[in-house]
Unconditional design. Structure first.
Length: 179
């Protein structure tokens, strides 16, 4: 039995409910936690504070993945192809800096990988990629009701109309990477 090579990726692609649901289906992903990062106010922010757009935080997910099963590059390709990285501070009807597309890198290898992936994928988009690449800062877990949101609320309107189509896209584009 091979030992695991657990690593962390922190990504923001709009509403964390969407990105959490996507990565919960990916082979090699051990854990996904919804939360907040990248803000400029002291203390742990609340959902309400982050949604105000005044804290500077983005809704993000922190993924623990086994790099022996899935690479960081593959994580980023899945991320970039399951949200719109060309809309500044917006995903669908969700608008504000808290919904920005962002990759928080944890080391120089992740930074270089993110820069390479964005350059390689740029040709596939009609508009320029606006995904921010920033050094990882403090990650705050979101409140309990935001964890496993899609699994717990699949029949809710937002889940049906916004998250389910993203999961269908994931399954179509990345079937070989799913659990």
């Amino acid at each position: 039995m091979t030992s695991k090579n657990l690593q962390i990726a922190t990504l923001g692609g709009g509403c964390f409910w969407c990105t959490e649901a996507v990565f919960q289906e990916v082979k090699g992903v051990e854990n996904v936690v919804s939360g907040y990062s990248g803000g400029n106010v002291p203390g742990k922010p609340t959902y309400r504070e982050v949604c105000s757009g005044l804290t500077g935080h983005a809704e993000v997910i922190q993924i623990t993945f086994d790099a022996n099963v899935i690479s960081y590059e593959d994580i980023l390709v899945i991320f970039m192809t399951t949200h719109d990285p060309t809309t500044l501070n917006q995903q669908g009807a969700d608008r504000g800096t808290q919904y920005r597309s962002v990759i928080f890198y944890h080391n120089n290898i992740q930074k270089e990988t993110a820069e390479t992936v964005l350059k390689e994928l740029a040709a596939y988009y009609e508009n320029p990629i606006v995904t921010e690449i920033s050094e990882a800062v403090i990650f705050y877990d979101a409140e309990k009701e935001h964890q496993d949101y899609y699994r717990n609320h699949q029949s809710q309107g937002y889940c049906s109309f916004v998250i389910t189509p993203k999961l269908m896209k994931l399954r179509k584009l990345h079937a070989d990477k799913l659990k």
